[in-house]
Design a protein around this ligand. Structure first.
Ligand SMILES: [Zn+2]
Length: 413
């Protein structure tokens, strides 16, 4: 059977969802759009609600095992300063073979390509046996609340392999680091700054805490080897921002190891008052050798240390995603790599990546041999003038239309 969608229609679908302003909210409109699109082709789907404007969408072509999960997120990051854009961010604009718009790369093109491939596979009867579970998620860019709910409701229980179409068009990704957001709140007692003894300065113990974490972190990265999530492939991407005298062993430690960054520090309200409140926030990128649990222990140790000396420090961990670790040695990555190099006519890397994705939730409880692949159109993300090459987007539709049924048909149990 011939393809259902023309190239114009494929681009139109991408344009339709780029137009929906799903900036960390409002994903329900993307979900409803995809639901209607699937319904037009006889595929039922289910809205999995999180809050009034936020929901996941799940659709299934259901014919036993193996079950391949295919997933993309529906939210995008903010367009930022609109004056810096040469194109309207929420109107897909084609110029010189590029399609510009917020989410053109990250990751409405990947999401649209998966949705179209899903319909093509269904309409062309490309699947003999086995199932495909399409999962469009909410809130990936901030707290991954959509994939968290999918995992908690058991949507991944039956899934035997997972494909996520994040914008990684030059590399097939089989593992990524975890991420934590950790806030420390220090409470003191206000007093006039002419008589500080009557109060308790909230800033002081927090400075100690931040310095202790900093020193501990330096020691950890110098003394412990971490390379299970080896991201040295991304060294080149850093080359343009690093000076010639950069210590490359430090860069490697950062790419493949634990990263702890103190990103926010606030305290005090008035120059002549002893501050009664201060907060520090950290973003932490975790790896299997130094995982989320170990980070919690480390932070708690230094919290206790300050509190034993009379401070009042409290922790609030508001993001807690484990690293997504698989070995990448499986049929999905192998087939994806072979087929990719053939169809895209270029050599492709196979690597872990430092960034975090929905995989941290969706792979919870799966072991290292689980067939998992992140690969999709686009290479720029979170920038002004975000774009995807039109040809690449269209090629990925064809690629997914082949890869998914081929993998399932070859891996029947
Ligand atoms: Zn993304």
């Amino acid at each position: 059977m011939t393809a259902v969608f023309s190239n114009e229609e494929k681009v139109q679908i991408l344009a339709d969802i780029v137009k929906i302003k799903s900036v960390n909210d409002n994903e329900i409109q993307v979900a409803n759009y995809l639901k209607d699109l699937f319904a037009q082709h006889g595929i039922e789907s289910e809205i999995d609600s999180i809050s009034p404007h936020r929901a996941n969408l799940i659709a299934k072509i259901d014919n036993g095992h193996p079950v391949m999960g295919i997933s993309g997120h529906m939210d995008v990051v903010s367009e930022g300063d609109i004056d810096k854009w040469d194109y309207p961010p929420f109107e897909l604009t084609e110029e010189n073979g590029k399609l510009y718009g917020r989410g053109a790369a990250d990751m409405k093109s990947g999401l649209a390509a998966l949705a179209i491939a899903f319909i093509e596979i269904h309409e062309q009867h490309l699947l003999k046996e086995g199932s495909i579970q399409f999962m469009a998620t909410t809130g990936e860019e901030m707290e991954q609340l959509g994939s968290k709910q999918l995992y908690e409701k058991g949507y991944m229980d039956d899934v035997d392999a997972l494909l996520i179409a994040e914008p990684t068009e030059n590399n097939l990704i089989y593992a990524n680091k975890g991420s934590m957001d950790y806030r420390v709140i220090s409470t003191g007692k206000a007093a006039h700054s002419s008589m500080p003894i009557a109060g308790q300065n909230a800033i002081k113990p927090l400075i100690n805490f931040v310095q202790n974490i900093d020193n501990a972190y330096e020691e950890i990265i110098q003394t412990q080897s971490m390379n299970q999530i080896d991201c040295s492939k991304f060294e080149n991407r850093l080359a343009s921002v690093l000076g010639d005298n950069t210590d490359m062993s430090k860069v490697r430690n950062m790419l493949s190891g634990l990263v702890i960054t103190n990103t926010i520090f606030n305290g005090g309200a008035q120059v002549n008052s002893v501050p009664d409140k201060a907060t520090a926030e950290f973003n932490i990128r975790t790896v299997p050798e130094y995982n989320n649990e170990k980070v919690k222990q480390l932070f708690q140790h230094y919290l206790d240390k300050e509190n034993e000396q009379g401070a009042h420090l409290e922790a609030d961990i508001y993001l807690d995603l484990e690293p997504a670790l698989t070995t990448g040695k499986n049929n999905l990555v192998e087939l994806g790599h072979q087929l990719g190099e053939t169809m895209f006519h270029k050599s492709l890397g196979v690597t872990p990546m430092p960034g975090v994705t929905d995989a941290s939730n969706l792979l919870r409880g799966k072991d290292e041999s689980f067939p998992f692949l992140t690969f999709g159109p686009g290479a720029t993300a979170h920038q002004v003038n975000e774009y995807v090459n039109k040809d690449t987007y269209l090629q990925f539709v064809d690629y997914f239309t082949q890869l998914i049924p081929t993998y399932i048909n070859e891996n029947k149990r």
